[in-house]
Design a protein. Structure first.
Length: 115
């Protein structure tokens, strides 16, 4: 009985480590990407000469930097007066043994002019 409990304990630790190894990177990259688009929205709101396409390309570069599976066409940018809105939707497929999983992310932000 003691060996079964030890084996079960080791199995649980290994399984939790494996699941964490598969799930933590997409969430971490999503948080970094969210921070990047918030920064980009603030900068773009304070620079009225940047076009929506330039903002979209800058966000696309950040998406590639953080391994976020987005194309430039999937990134939405809307400038209205002193506000800049950026949003996107993407899905990351994670294959867990016996349980495939689709993680859906919808980063969005609104930047307003500081002055």
């Amino acid at each position: 009985m003691k060996n079964v409990k030890a084996f079960l304990g080791i199995f649980v630790v290994v399984a939790a480590t494996y699941v964490g190894f598969k799930l933590i990177p997409p969430y971490f990259n999503s948080f970094q990407f969210q921070d990047a688009i918030e920064s980009e929205a603030r900068l773009a709101a304070n620079n009225p000469f940047r076009t929506e396409q330039e903002i979209r390309e800058a966000v696309g570069k950040k998406a590639a930097e953080y391994d976020v599976p987005l194309t430039i066409d999937q990134i939405n940018v809307q400038r209205s007066g002193s506000e800049v809105q950026i949003w996107a939707k993407y899905t990351i497929h994670v294959d867990l043994p016996g349980y495939p999983l689709d993680l859906k992310f919808e980063p969005a932000t609104k930047g307003k002019r500081a002055f």
